[in-house]
Design a protein around this ligand. Structure first.
Ligand code: UD1
Ligand code: MG
Length: 474
């Protein structure tokens, strides 16, 4: 599962890049994240199936930065490993102890070029769009400002630094909430936590940041007031509120998940996905459904799902790492695990679990079945209750079922095993030996019929029950 997420993330991170002059990027992820109240580092908490950090790296990668530096805490090994799997070329610096966002960027300086634009993003702000980052970088470069800041105006402003702006829209300072006056608190735009900096100037200013007494930290946000004092201009641009939403607590993470889902549902509907109850369908960061796919209420997509036009996913199904060809039908109540491929017009019915299983065109597994490490040929029919016994406690083994084969209900296929094309397996069989093509295999005890014996058997049971109740005094 983890591998699947990593592979899916690496694929989406390699998406098409926006052409622009080379920039450097610093991603800050060394904060303690204490407000999450969880041992898992904040930026590794998942949003739509991928770590927060992956969303951020995905967005910044679209700008094709010449250099990307990640700042992690002393215990940030898991964070840096995740980042390296997503973006192998990323440089990692350790900030120990974490003394604030300003200090974090200072730590990144040795890994950054001397001049140009530095884009600073926080690892806990996952909904940033690459187009917005690009606009921020370009407006800094065009205006020659020392600092360009992304501002947002959310309904709930709590937790954000406030932008002190002048009448012309210039930016004078960023004031952290604790230090802001009533006017700023009530009406000033908020700092989304994204900055484009003139790197040569930032090198100078970072040395002059004051240390705030209450938290003992250096705030990156103080760069703005410092730059203004030295006669350099600073600007801000307005971004969509949701782009700047940061995660500081589990509640905020859940709220962001809701936003992400709303966005994913709307975009699926726009693209022509048929979804009568979109509010009950949950997407992963990389779900790809073609126009004309039908998704019934209450479906959950884990990472790595793609479906071609005409595929139908019925209610209460859970899919991850699965590819559905045109006209494939899944569910209700199906569970598709990584490595599943459902061929054109093939069908996976209720209470069927698949893992690393490929079903050919028109194959059917309609009820109560487990198909693991299996290859099922075109038009094969898998009867109710069939199980591929793919695991012996140590290794995993393959089951191959040929085209047009018929597997009777309640069959155990003990892998490794092959059932040839067109073969028929009798219901209730335990198949341990390969079945040749067009053969019939029956592997169960022969049935015995004892004529008229039922009344006598019933009498025996009755007697036993009577004696039993006398013995225990009831
Ligand atoms: C920060 C901003 C605030 C802004 C908000 C937007 C500062 C001082 N404040 O506040 O103006 O409105 O983000 O979400 O920048 N980090 C480090 N090293 C540190 C401290 C933090 O790398 O020493 C990283 C964290 O991992 C996190 C990011 O920087 O990814 C922001 O830190 P956080 O503590 O969440 O800052 P906020 O209080 O949200
Ligand atoms: Mg934050």
């Amino acid at each position: 599962m983890r591998l699947l997420v990593q592979r899916s993330i690496a694929r989406v991170v390699a998406e098409q890049q926006i052409p622009m002059a080379a920039i450097a990027v610093a991603v800050l992820a060394a904060g303690r994240g204490t407000r999450m109240r969880n041992a898992l580092p904040k930026v590794l908490h998942p949003l739509a199936g991928a770590p927060l950090l992956a969303h951020v790296l995905r967005s910044v990668s679209r700008l094709a930065p010449a250099r990307t530096v990640l700042v992690v805490a002393a215990d940030g090994q898991a964070v840096s490993e995740t980042a390296r799997r997503i973006l192998p070329g990323i440089a990692v610096v350790v900030q120990d102890p974490p003394l604030g966002t300003g200090d974090a960027v200072r730590r990144a300086l040795p890994e950054l070029p001397e001049a140009g634009t530095l884009l600073v993003v926080y690892g806990d702000t996952p909904l940033l769009r690459p187009e917005t980052l690009q606009a921020l970088v370009l407006s800094r470069e065009r205006s020659g400002a020392a600092v360009a800041v992304l501002g947002i105006e959310p309904e709930d402003r709590s937790g954000y630094g406030r932008l002190r702006v002048d009448a012309e829209g210039g930016l004078l300072a960023i004031v952290e909430e604790r230090e802001a006056d009533a006017t700023l608190l009530a009406s000033a735009p908020c700092n989304a936590g994204v900055m484009a900096l003139d790197l040569a100037c930032a090198r100078e200013l970072l040395e002059q940041l004051p240390r705030h007494r209450d938290k003992g930290e250096y705030y990156l946000t103080d760069m703005v007031a410092l730059a203004c004092r030295l006669g350099r201009s600073c600007i801000w641009i307005r971004g969509a509120t949701e782009e700047g939403l940061g995660v500081n607590s589990q509640a905020e993470l859940a709220a962001l998940e809701a936003r992400f889902q709303a966005r994913a549902r709307a975009s699926a509907l726009d693209r022509g996905v048929v979804m009568p109850a979109p509010e009950t369908v949950f997407f992963a960061f990389d779900t790809e459904l073609e126009a004309g796919v039908r998704v019934e209420p209450y479906v959950v997509f884990g990472p790595g799902v793609r479906a071609e036009a005409g595929a139908v996913i019925r209610s209460f199904s859970h899919l991850e790492g699965a590819y559905l060809e045109a006209g494939a039908e899944v569910g209700p109540f199906a569970r598709l695990r990584p490595g599943t491929r459902v061929g054109a017009g093939a069908r996976i019915g209720n209470f069927v679990e698949t893992k690393n299983a490929r079903l050919g065109r028109g194959a059917k597994a309609n009820h109560l079945t487990y198909l693991g490490d299996a290859e099922v040929g075109a038009r094969a029919n898998i009867g109710a209750g069939t199980i591929t016994c793919n695991f012996d406690g140590f290794g995993k083994y393959e089951t191959r079922i040929g085209e047009d084969a018929f597997i009777g209900s309640h069959t155990a296929l003990v892998a490794p095993v092959t059932v040839g094309a067109g073969a028929i397996v009798g219901a209730g069989s335990t198949i341990t030996v390969d079945v040749p093509a067009e053969a019939v295999a029956v592997a169960r005890a022969r049935e015995r019929i004892l004529e008229h014996r039922a009344p006598e058997l019933r009498e025996r049971f009755r007697r036993r029950k009577r004696e039993g109740s006398r013995a225990d005094g009831s």
